[in-house]
Design a protein around this ligand. Structure first.
Ligand code: ZN
Ligand code: ZN
Length: 189
């Protein structure tokens, strides 16, 4: 969804936008497949505020996803809170600011209440704000590296595939260090 800067009034612009399941599916799998899939759509809350030359964008949502447990492959459902603050800066003013190292500090002091220095800068054309790629990136950033069904998941037996959370398999007793297992097969003359 695209917002134009003209739509943002003095008090800011608030939007509630549904992130469809297909939007989220693409966000999670397009660039690099994360293994996570959405359980359904999510509701995104956005607030846009003009700052001197740019726009401050605050967004929050909660995405429910599932993925196979990294160790035992059981389906894991996770609620991922996503919240972000981005300082959208017109490309023109970014280019102009390149020679003045101090310019950025002055700006963040003046807009102190916005906490601009802690917000990530994101260039835009100065007129249109395309929320989709920004939201997609923030959802990706909020994801954990991988899913585990529980911290102490025992995973699957490497030999028989038994889910060790459900009980020990028969192989456990004769489990041998793979390096030693290789030695066992060497016949000594
Ligand atoms: Zn597991
Ligand atoms: Zn086994």
């Amino acid at each position: 969804m695209v917002v134009t800067v003209d739509q943002i009034r003095e008090g800011g612009l608030f939007l509630n936008e549904t992130l469809s399941e297909s939007f989220l599916t693409h966000a999670l799998a397009d660039v690099k497949d994360t293994g996570f899939r959405p359980d359904g759509p999510a509701l995104l809350h956005v607030k846009l505020q003009k700052t001197g030359s740019g726009v401050l964008l605050r967004g929050s949502t909660e995405v429910t996803v599932h993925a196979p447990c990294r160790r035992c492959l059981a389906d894991v459902h996770l609620k991922i809170p996503v919240s972000f603050v981005l300082n959208l800066v017109p490309k023109a003013s970014l280019a102009a600011g390149d020679d003045e190292e101090g310019a950025e500090d002055d700006q963040s002091e003046r807009a102190g209440s916005f906490d601009l220095d802690r917000a990530d800068e994101e260039p835009f054309d100065g007129k249109h704000i395309d929320l989709d790629p920004l939201v997609r990136e923030q959802v990706l950033l909020a994801l954990p590296m991988h899913a585990v069904c529980r911290e102490d998941c025992k995973g699957l037996c490497g030999s028989c595939g038994q889910n060790l959370n459900e009980g020990q398999c028969a192989c456990a007793a004769e489990q041998v260090d793979p390096r030693l297992a290789a030695l066992k097969n060497i016949k000594l003359n």
